[in-house]
Design a protein around this ligand. Structure first.
Ligand SMILES: Nc1ncnc2c1ncn2[C@@H]1O[C@H](COP(=O)(O)OP(=O)(O)OP(=O)(O)O)[C@@H](O)[C@H]1O
Ligand SMILES: [Mg+2]
Length: 363
């Protein structure tokens, strides 16, 4: 069951918001509304996120990502629509109840966020726990662990202004990780980091997620980051979600011309994995009998296509593909690899209908 569910969310800024929704439903476009002094920041957004998933929202500046995220934890009240977390309608809660849910269940890493300048890094990281009323000793212990996870071990007693911008951003991440919140909302959390550290943080997040299994909504305008992190990705354009799907869905079956142009520059060999293009075989003992001994090399379902070239350069034989536990699940031959890389993304409007209902398109 999905833990987080957004149902037909709208956020309209400016005059006569309710009327604007009726106009949008009747087909008035966003630019016409803007001419009236009304901004439709988010238009009819629906999706679901399951436990343990990272749901990425991607889009250009101004497409409505931050506004959408702020509605998910009640910082912004939707003009219309509902947000359900564990079946509870956050939009119907009283302010006090909402604050309670926010303090205990939801953690947010803001896009532009400020640390408290007169508190140490440790105190900053422990802030969420302080709000929850966790005793000092425990919150310092948990904040210390979270700082270590964020790669800031040794900086606990420093002041925020002694840290670089990227390090300060990581204190924000540590603050979110220190709480036991199940829902993590991350707005451009890694954007201020330089590329190597950024990749490192992405790896750490993926690794953490394997054991913590939080429900994460991660916002980015970086396509490669989206593809790396997202179990599912929503692409936003001018306030609307134009496609929801896995990285492969979006890469191989873009729903609109806009998405197709968006993904033009993605390095397919780094996003597509052996698992996405393999021919599935029977699992277990049957697979071993299915010719496994004749395969030159074994890779996993997560191996990017870019790493399949080397084995094929020394042998024509197909590669065996195993899952995370080492069980053979499929094979990839050279033809499949080349076909996958040669494929031009084609727009498939039919995908869109299924997505808009919030149904997972994960194969
Ligand atoms: N409080 C507000 N009042 C009026 N308009 C707003 C407000 N907040 C956001 N907007 C408008 O809503 C639209 C979406 O803004 P939002 O901040 O959600 O975009 P974004 O996708 O997060 O962009 P970025 O990548 O630059 O952070 C923009 O046109 C913005 O000007
Ligand atoms: Mg934003």
């Amino acid at each position: 069951m999905s833990r987080l569910r957004a149902e037909h969310l709208y956020k309209v800024f400016g005059r006569r918001a309710d009327q604007a929704i009726a106009q949008l439903e009747a087909g008035t476009n966003r630019d016409e509304l803007r001419a009236q002094g009304t901004t439709a920041a988010v238009i009819d957004a629906s999706f679901e996120v399951e436990e343990g998933q990272i749901f990425v929202v991607m889009g250009l500046s101004g497409s409505g990502k931050s506004t959408l995220l702020r509605m998910l934890n009640g910082l912004l009240e939707p003009t219309s629509g509902r947000v359900l977390f564990d079946g509870e309608d956050l939009t119907a809660l009283r302010p006090r109840e909402l604050r309670q849910v926010r303090a205990n269940k939801i953690s947010m890493v803001f896009q532009h966020f400020a640390l408290f300048p007169h508190r140490s890094v440790l105190e900053n990281a422990a802030y969420g726990l302080e709000v929850q009323g966790v005793p000092r000793e425990e919150r310092e212990r948990r904040a210390t662990e979270a700082l270590e996870l964020a790669g800031l071990q040794g900086w606990e007693r420093s002041w925020p202004d002694e840290l670089s911008g990227g390090m300060q951003q990581r204190v924000g991440l540590a603050r979110a990780l220190a709480t036991d919140a199940d829902l993590l909302l991350m707005d451009e959390s890694f954007s201020a980091l330089d590329p190597l550290i950024r990749r490192d943080m992405q790896d750490q997040l993926l690794q953490l997620q394997r054991s913590l299994r939080k429900t994460i909504v991660f916002i980015t305008h970086d396509l490669n980051e989206a593809m790396r992190l997202g179990d599912r990705i929503a692409v936003m354009r001018d306030g609307r979600i134009v496609q929801i799907g896995t990285a492969e869905d979006i890469l191989v079956r873009p729903a609109t011309d806009y998405v197709a142009s968006f993904i033009q520059d993605v390095d397919r060999s780094r996003v597509l994995t052996a698992g996405a293009i393999m021919r599935e075989t029977k699992t277990g003992a049957a697979a071993a009998a299915d010719g496994a001994p004749e395969h030159a090399v074994t890779v996993t379902t997560e191996t990017p296509l870019a790493e399949l070239f080397t084995p094929f350069s020394t042998s024509e034989r197909p590669l065996a593909v195993t899952d995370g536990s080492g069980t053979p699940v499929g094979v990839v031959d050279r033809e499949r690899l080349l076909a996958a890389l040669a494929e031009e993304p084609r727009v498939q409007p039919s995908v869109r209908g299924g997505d808009r209902s919030g149904v997972s398109t994960r194969a």
